[in-house]
Every structure is written in structure tokens, then in C-alpha cells.
Design a protein around this ligand. Sequence first.
Ligand code: GUN
Ligand code: ZN
Length: 467
Amino acid sequence: MSQVHLGHIFHIAGSPVTGEVADALVAEPDGALVIDDGGRIAYCGNRADIPAGYRAEKVFDHRPGFLLPGFVDTHIHFPQTFAGDAYGGGQLLEWLERCIYPAESRFAEPEFAQLAATEFCERRVAAGTTAAMVFGSAFPHAQDALFAETQRRGLRMVSGRGIQTTGEKSAAPLLTTEDDAIRLTGEEIGKWHAADTGDVGTALLHVAVVPRFSLAVTRETLKNLGELYDSVRDRGVYFHSHLNENNRPGTGEVDSTKQAYDVATYLDTYDGKFLPGSAEGGKSLLGRRSILAHCVHCQDVELRRMAETGTSIAHCPVSQQFLGSGTMPWKRTIASGVTVAAGTDFGGGDEWLIPQVLSAAFKVHISEPGEDGVSMHPAEMLFTGTLAGARALDMESRFGNFDLGKEADFVVVDPARVPSLESALAQGIRSEDSALARDQTLFALLMGLREPAIAEVYVRGRRIDLH
Ligand code: GUN
Ligand code: ZN
């Protein structure tokens, strides 16, 4: 049966290019969203204009609440479900060695992994994250638990086991042989890619090839993964990893990677050019279904190559603040034409909620020095947390906004559940200029949103239970 949802609607319509989304913002204060019985958007507009055929359908009145597209988290770590706010006394590499590798090693225990899968999905629903690129556990049983739980709840997910073939002592439980790295990844693709419908065009579940980062694998791993990825690309399999996150001089991730591989750019290692001097050694892992997290310290040549290949960025400013990784230059990165979507990077980030990532993005980018500083438009924030995520996942034609025919992924926000949000919306200053007043309301909503205000979550028109 079709459904009618009433509320104050915001979404980014159409398919605007990154950096030009303000004109695509749609606001319907007295809005209605009609979902057909296939879970697709049949109407989005003013309540008074609901097509006659749908007027008699079941009505869910969320007023004075808001209806927003479901949030898309393009980078989050399943095996760090319990590792948020872990103190390691250092930046990325110390934190990985002292906190994260030990925390992820606990997933060797199947019962613990199951507990984490349940908790992870609960947190996702509570945060209104309807679609996510999930950096997976090294352990196949943990990935089975995650996929099974995600399917049971009806959430969208791309995930793949985290691949590590080399590393320090504390990473030992997470390492496999070169052969097992390829075998286990191939098995995960065979078992879970489009497992729910058998068709990649309709599936909610997808698999990614996920080397942790170049420092956690070898040239041999990258060569073998390139071949594996090349053989499954046309089935819509994804690639996911980290890039240019920590640039502490000499000993940080970026310099260590360039030294270890003797390459001109970090990106070369994922682009088949992982031999000394950036010589070609294998096939590229970049493409329209490739997402790289962070990209804080990219050279122009790297941004150009990402744009050329359709590779996207998962922007994770909450994590970058937590780990002291710096600030991704917003203007320069957007100007390169690369799609920039939002990622929590939980537990490098300590927030599950994408609007909190957008809030951090606003704050760090307005604080960039001199001419680089930018006051993000609220529409750009909404875009980054919704439609840009769908685009980064190469599924923009399926979800991400309320265009007719799209699969209806949305959240209902009830400001009354968060008094500070409710009062900011009710009493905050609003311009006499109606367009600016609209933008101010959206800004207050995104900045002030907290998890308890996420009242209901829908994927493909189906309401998702929290438990
Ligand atoms: N680089 C390699 N592994 C990780 C991780 O787990 N988190 C973050 N933020 N960066 C990484
Ligand atoms: Zn990460």
C-alpha cells in the first residue's frame, strides 16, 4: 500500500554539480511525500497538491517535524564499534597500534563480533544513516554477522573485510598470508555481493575490496588485489581505503607510505603504480565505485587523477580533529571536481551522526586561513551528507533525494525530542528575505540535530525498527 508522509521537507533535487548545489535546494514547509507500494517516491511537494489518486491513502502526519533524505555515511569502521574515544597518546599511527589493532583483534571471538554487529546496526539506525560504506573486520565470521544483521534490518550497506598482510606486533591477529588475503576477499564477494536480491541494480547489500591502507599491505597484495578487482569491477564491486590522512613530517602516514613504496604520490600505490619511482606494477583500483577516506593532504595531481577516474572522497572532519590530522582544503578539493561526501570514520571520529560531521565541516572550513576560509551554504551541507554520498556510492540514480521514482530513503526529525533544537528552530532569528530565512532554518536544523530527534528511519519506503 502506498503511504503519505506530512512534514517540513528539505532535499537537494536533481543532480547538481558539486559546488553548485544551493540552487537545487528544495524546501516545502507544508510538504507531503508520497511513497508507492514499491517503496519509491511517487510525489514530493506541497500537501495541497497531492495527486488525487493518493489522497485516500494512509497518512503519517509528522508535523511540525521534518522529512530529510536518509543520511549517507561514506566511511565508518565496523570493528571500531566499541573503540570511539580511545586514548592512545598520539596521532594516527600511535592510535592504530595502541588502541585500534587490539580493539579490532577482539572480533576474533564470534560472540563478541555478533554483539558488535547488533550494536553497530542499532547505532546506525539511531543516527538515521540509511546507507553506508563500512570498513569491515578482518574476520570473515564478523563480516557474516554484519551482513546478516544489516539484511535483517533492511539497511543499505557496502562493506568488505579489512585486508592487512603486514604490520607491527599489535596488528598480528589481523594479518593474513598473501594468498588468504585474496581468497577471503573473493569468498566475501561470492557470498554477500548483491546477496539480498541477486541483482546489483536492486540490491541493498554490496561488497568492497578494502585494503586497510598502503602501509598495512605489500606490493604483492596490491598487485593481486588489482587483478581481483579488475575481474569483478563489472559486477559493481567497490574499492575502499584511506588516503593522505596524517602528514606528520618524516614519521606520519603520508611520508611513511611514500618512503616505503618509493613513490611520487600516495595515490600511485592504489593506481597500479606501486613500484619504485611510481613505475607501473599492476592494475588500478580507482574508479566510479572507489571511495578514499580523508584526502586531507592531496597534491593537485592526485586530485586530478581522482576526478579523472571518478574516485570519490569520504570527508571526515570529526575524525580529523580527533586525530590531529589537519583540515582538508575545501575550496581546492571541490574545485578539482572530485565528489566529496561525508564520513563519520567512527571510531577515529567520535560521532555517529552525519549532521554532526556536517557541523564540524562548517566549523573547520570557515576557519581555514585567509582566502581559503569558506562559510558553507546549508544546502551544500545537506548535499554532502545525502546526495553526494549516493553519488560517491555510484547509486545516485537510486536514492539520495526525493526525485520522482527514487527509492524512498528518509528520516523523520522531531525537534520536540531535543529541546535545544526545538527552541532554536522556534525562536532563532530569521531574515525577512524568504530564501535566506529558509537557509537559516535548514542551518539551525543541521547544526542542532542530535540523535534523539531522529524519530523514524525508512529505507526503500520501509520503516526500520531500532532493535
Ligand atoms: N588508516 C588506517 N587504518 C585506519 C583507521 O582505522 N582509521 C583511520 N582514521 N585511519 C586509518
Ligand atoms: Zn577510517
